[in-house]
Design a protein around this ligand. Structure first.
Ligand code: RFL
Ligand code: PHB
Length: 389
């Protein structure tokens, strides 16, 4: 088989890139390791920057998001049982969209199917070859038979544990990493959201977040030690702990019920450079991971897709290779800003095991500064709604 761009990974980055390229008349094939039902059942991000909203509309997949998503003009931060609001509307005149990654992925699969896009799922042993030469190709196994796809470029959209990043030689690849000494226990429940906007809570027992998917589906997270397992957290224990960490008035009216999903995710910051090697591009989590505190992971995958899409479009339309050549540099400039913001939000809001009394006071004063300074709140708002592409 031959295609112009072979995309490894059918998560949001791979699907969105494929959809945009298809609309620009550029042929793609997606190779996905998992079964489609598995990909569609993953519960992950919930907050879309406005740039992401516009990219999804541009890809022709914005209709259900626009009908069913919730536009939020701010978030609440709380500490020491006091809350204050970061008013995106007033501070930066921008908003975010609350619409689950699960739904985004659904909409993208539907769109690829409607346009006859080739998505090969349960592709095993996907291996890119000759990425540093003019004629790369990708091999994989499907139902026990080996197949080969010849292509012009390979887009590595295969997440943090994928194969693409590993094909870049050690002598070229540089990685930067911070592993945080805690994880997030997440619960999805068919209950009314705690508030009309998200609440990020700093508490001496640990961080907590109240989020949502719709008016009858809520998403909550609490910080837990790394050695905790889901099985040791009953629903009742989760709700009790969450109530302790959020402002009292919210805790008193919290609607609780059985969890429909419960999982623990470790927190990590990670950046791989460069994001281009020969004819391979790394896109999304394949190149970088951020802790979820800033709600940036999916949004960064989408901004990478933007830079790559624009580069490939110019390459195929008028042989202009500047966008393709400078993809890594452009994408990384934005990646590092979101990496900084996610690290800062994480550091400000979580309890660290070795936190000293000094660290504690610094954290409190950071939050107090935000509460009292419009300039500080504006900086947070500018980053949270998403920096320009
Ligand atoms: P994905 O979603 O991991 O998709 C990669 C796909 O590649 C496939 N794959 C392979 N296919 C073929 N061959 C191989 N060898 C392969 N290896 C892997 C995988 O099966 C998969 O289908 O990466 P992508 O597309 O870059 O998208 C990134 C986002 O999924 C991720 O950044 C976000 O979910 C992060 N994230 C959040 N991001 C936000 O923007 N806002 C949020 O509010 C937010 N909350 C979160 C999050 C991530 C979380 N977890 C669980 C990590 C909350 C949580 C709890
Ligand atoms: C979510 O709703 O899953 C969510 C929201 C905001 C975050 C992280 C996760 O910062």
């Amino acid at each position: 088989m031959r295609t112009q761009v072979c995309i490894i990974g059918g998560g949001p980055a791979g699907l969105l890139l494929s959809q945009l390229l298809h609309r620009a008349g550029i042929d793609t094939v997606i190779l996905e390791r998992r079964a489609r039902d598995y990909v569609l059942s993953r519960i992950r991000a919930g907050v879309l920057e406005w740039g992401t909203v516009e990219m999804l509309r541009k890809a022709g997949v914005g209709a259900r998001m626009d009908a069913e998503g919730y536009v939020h003009g701010g978030v609440y931060l709380s500490a020491q049982n006091r809350g204050f609001r970061i008013d995106f509307d007033a501070l930066v005149n921008k908003r975010v969209m609350v619409y689950g990654q699960t739904e985004v992925t659904h909409d993208l699969y539907d769109a690829r199917d409607a346009m006859g896009g080739v998505i090969i799922d349960e592709a095993e042993g996907v291996t890119p070859h000759d990425l540093d030469a003019d004629a790369p190709y990708v091999t994989y196994l499907k139902d026990g038979t080996e197949h080969r796809i010849d292509c012009d470029f390979v887009a590595g959209c295969d997440g943090f544990h994928g194969v693409s990043r590993q094909t870049i030689p050690d002598s070229v690849l540089r990685t930067y990493e911070r592993v945080y000494p805690f994880g997030w226990l997440g619960v999805l429940s068919e209950t009314r959201p705690a508030d009309d906007e998200l609440i990020y809570a700093n508490h001496e027992r640990g961080f907590a977040l109240c989020s949502m998917r719709n008016m009858n589906l809520s998403r909550y997270y609490i910080q837990v030690p790394l050695d905790h397992e889901v099985a040791q957290w009953s629903d009742d224990a989760f709700w009790d702990e969450l109530r302790r960490r959020i402002p009292q008035d919210v805790a008193e009216t919290l609607d609780t019920g059985p969890s429909v999903e419960k999982s623990i995710a470790p927190l990590r910051s990670f950046v791989a450079e460069p994001m281009k090697w020969g004819r391979l591009f790394l896109v999304g989590d394949a190149a970088h991971i951020v802790p979820p505190t800033g709600a940036k992971g999916l949004n960064l995958a989408v901004s990478d897709v933007h830079y790559l899409y624009e580069g490939l479009k110019a390459h195929y339309a008028d042989g202009e290779s500047e966008g393709v050549e400078r993809y890594s540099e452009r994408a990384l400039a934005r990646v590092w800003k979101s990496t900084r913001f996610s690290w800062w939000m994480t550091t400000m809001l979580h309890r660290f095991p070795d936190q000293s009394a000094f660290d504690q006071r610094i954290q409190e004063s950071e939050l107090a500064y935000l509460e009292s300074s419009e300039a500080a709140r504006r900086a947070l708002a500018e980053n949270y709604v998403g920096l320009p592409y």
